[in-house]
Design a protein around this ligand. Structure first.
Ligand code: AMP
Ligand code: MN
Ligand code: MN
Ligand code: MN
Length: 282
């Protein structure tokens, strides 16, 4: 079974509609597909309808932005938590997501100001032109604007020069706490999954502490095969999953043509000894 449990549509920072991502997933041979937009669930009904019309199984998903350790003594680290099999109508989840989205406008204004100081004009209006969902202005939309403005050749290169810590356009931001994000997902009947654990700027002991806290909060699954991991990281996080007894997930993190390394359904299979997060779904 070809399972891909991480992807984005225009409801967040993807380039394609729910229907178009569904078609790409089917073209990639996907049997079970999840749409996991950042802090947003409004693309799910159309995605489910499209998936089922194309003969795929569909999983309701979301990717929640978290700031781990937001206390003043530590600099918070942004972590992404995927929630799978959520009830997209759950009021607790919906209120939580609305709360995170509401911080994005102010952050975007501060990002634009910081870019202006660095000599890049009109970034807020420019980024907004790329955001189909006005509640979800993201760094990706700023990155597309910066490419259009000739500041970098592609969105991936933008993040080497802008929008990341220490670079123009970066502003610190407080997302949800780990506790809140886990609670919202669990309240909605979903399974929290640590997204692309290889991408965080944490030392090995810090990452171990994070996994301990995640496990204490009821966490039981991490992404092992993701478009954000290198081959070495596939092996490393497979080993982490074994050590902690975590279930493993697989997801391309597809954002659209030209912006993603991996098409839906094209990652290697999970190592056979790991328990897939979907093991008891069907
Ligand atoms: P935001 O939630 O607004 O902070 O935006 C985060 C999004 O920016 C991620 O989900 C990615 O889609 C994109 N992103 C962040 N870092 C990079 C990077 N180094 N290369 C490409 N895309 C990135
Ligand atoms: Mn994204
Ligand atoms: Mn992510
Ligand atoms: Mn993602």
């Amino acid at each position: 079974m070809n399972v891909d449990l991480h992807s984005h549509s225009i409801a967040s920072d993807g380039l394609l509609t729910s229907e178009e991502v569904a078609a790409r997933a089917q073209a990639g041979g996907v049997d079970v597909w999840a749409l996991t937009d950042h802090d947003e669930v409004k693309g799910l009904p159309a995605a489910r309808a499209a998936a089922e019309a194309l003969g795929m199984r569909f999983v309701n998903g979301v990717e929640i932005s978290v700031t781990w350790r937001p206390d003043p003594a530590h600099k918070g680290t942004t972590i992404h938590m995927v929630g799978l099999q959520i009830d997209p109508a759950n009021p607790t989840l919906l209120a939580g997501l609305r709360q995170i989205r509401s911080g994005r406008d102010d952050r975007a204004a501060r990002m634009a100001l910081d870019l202006e100081i660095a000599g890049v004009r009109g970034a807020l209006e420019g980024a907004k032109k790329f955001a189909v969902n006005p509640e979800l202005l993201s760094r990706t939309h700023f990155a597309r604007f910066l490419v259009e403005a000739g500041k970098a050749r592609n969105t991936h290169q933008v993040f080497g020069q802008f929008l990341t810590e220490g670079k123009p356009g970066y502003v610190p931001h407080q997302w949800a706490t780990l506790e809140d994000a886990m609670f919202w997902i669990q309240a909605a009947g979903g399974i929290p999954v640590v997204a692309h654990p290889g991408r965080y700027k944490l030392s090995a002991p810090q990452l171990a502490q994070f996994f301990d806290e995640f496990k204490d909060l009821g966490g039981a699954a991490i992404e092992v095969m993701t478009g954000s991991h290198t081959t070495d990281q596939y092996n490393h996080f497979a080993e982490i999953a074994r050590c902690y007894g975590f279930m493993a997930s697989r997801g391309s993190d597809y954002h659209g043509p030209g912006e993603s390394r991996v098409e839906p359904g094209q990652l290697p299979a999970l190592p056979a000894d790991l328990t897939p997060v979907w093991h008891d779904w069907y």
